[in-house]
Ligand binder design. Structure first.
Ligand code: ZN
Length: 290
């Protein structure tokens, strides 16, 4: 088989391999994103638990402080009743007042810390609900990935072997070139030459629409063993079977017909060209939609 035919076979298999790989990769990416989310949620949960423990420890310490102050207040009140002189009475009364102020402050802070602890517990509950939901999403993502691997895995391995066989039929230099452009263009290494007008010798790259010189068209019409690249997008150019047949018919026709039949012939060709352009256009639109 000619080089371009082998390259086209490689291109066909390569595109299928790429499409399947993309399916697997996006399923993997989605699943990994869920795993990452869950890991983050788990870290946040640990932080919330630590906060709750700290708040509860604070409350406990304040409660001890409050109990101690209460004991001391009771003791001072007893002392107040048994005070023997005015000076002693006033001193005890002052201490009692400041102690009571301190106790009120401790109670106030304990209530605040308790409230914060309750709030954090509620946040933890909400957080746990989020984790439950996220785990469900992760399960769905895992099932999708498993299904994708089951569907695609075997076919992908098969296609990869087929791709290897196809690549073996292409010489080193052209294979490297193909791989390079296929990577650059995400699997669109080949571009069909669009015949804009055979009569006016106008041709274009089917991928980027930039004009292709007549020499390239002529070279590919007579020789399928050359890898010629589009000057603009670097894709490897090829001619469809129809274009190749048309061009050889065109060269055979030349000179062998009288003027009338030539006119008729060119009219035929015009309508053929129009049909071909319409076909190419439809193909282009289709590709664009993909
Ligand atoms: Zn191009």
């Amino acid at each position: 088989m000619a080089l371009l035919d082998n390259l086209l076979t490689l291109h066909r298999v390569d595109s299928q391999v790429r499409a399947l790989r993309t399916r697997v990769t996006s399923a993997e990416t989605y699943f990994n994103a869920q795993e990452k989310q869950l890991a983050l949620l788990a870290r946040q949960r640990t932080e919330l638990e630590t906060q709750i423990k700290q708040l509860q420890a604070n409350v406990h310490a304040l409660e001890l402080d409050q109990a101690e102050a209460t004991g001391r207040v009771e003791k001072l009140r007893a002392e107040l009743n048994t005070s023997t002189n005015d000076k002693q009475y006033k001193a005890i009364l002052n201490e009692l007042k400041s102690l009571e102020l301190h106790r009120d402050e401790v109670v106030k802070r304990a209530v605040e810390e308790m409230q914060r602890s309750e709030d954090t517990k509620k946040r933890l509950e909400t957080h746990d609900a989020t984790i439950v939901e996220r785990k469900k999403v992760r399960e769905v993502a895992k099932a999708q990935l498993d299904e994708c691997m089951k569907d695609v895995g075997e076919r992908l391995a098969e296609l990869e072997r087929e791709r290897e066989r196809a690549a073996d039929l292409v010489p080193d230099r052209e294979r490297k070139l193909f791989n390079l452009i296929a990577d650059e263009t995400e699997g669109e290494a080949m571009a069909e030459i669009t015949v804009v007008s055979l009569r006016h010798r106008e041709f274009a790259c089917g991928a980027c629409n930039i004009e292709v010189p007549f020499e390239t068209f002529a070279r590919l019409s007579s020789n399928s063993d050359a890898a010629v690249q589009c000057k603009a997008c670097r894709r490897i150019l090829f001619l469809s079977e129809t274009s190749r047949a048309d061009s050889s018919k065109d060269s055979k026709d030349k000179g062998s017909k009288d003027k009338d039949s030539k006119d008729k012939d060119s009219k035929d060709k015009d309508s053929k060209e129009k049909a071909a352009i319409a076909r190419d256009k439809a193909k282009f639109e289709k590709t664009k939609k993909l």
